[in-house]
Every structure is written in structure tokens, then in C-alpha cells.
Unconditional design. Sequence first.
Length: 95
Amino acid sequence: MGEKRRFGPRRGEFRERERADFMPKPVEVGKVYEVEIQEMSRRGEGVARIEGLVIFVPNAKQGEHTKIKVTKVNRRCAEAEVVTETQGQEANKEE
């Protein structure tokens, strides 16, 4: 009974979750990355990952290998748009 219960951090302490907010993200807004769309989201957007960060890409299909441009970076995910498809995918579509 002599122990005091603590609810939350003391002054000056950081919780692990707060510390994660300050960690640098593996992507930057405006930069172009080459990714593979691994799955589809519930909203119908393609989902890619770069170093574990989830990136939502509208108008992308599962299995597609494409270049994307990051438009928005949040705490847990990012959004991007398709820039161009790589040459290998375009050749497969023509056949």
C-alpha cells in the first residue's frame, strides 16, 4: 500500500508513442520513389510500403510496379500519386 500509482508520464518524461512522432520518416513530400503495389485498401487505393511506412496510392492496382510522388506524410502513413509506370509494365500491356 505504500506504493503510489502513476497515471501517465512525469514531467519531462516521454512516452514511447510520443517519441515515435519525432522519428524521421523514410519518405519526403515531393520526392519520387519506385514501389510495388502490394495490396488494395478498403477504399480501393493501392497500398505500398517503404521501410514499413504505409503509402496509399489512388489509381494503382495490386502487383503494379510504378513510380510515385509523395503528396502528404502523416504520423502513421503517407499519400502519393502515380507518376509513371516502369518500362517493363508498359511492354506487358501492349502484348
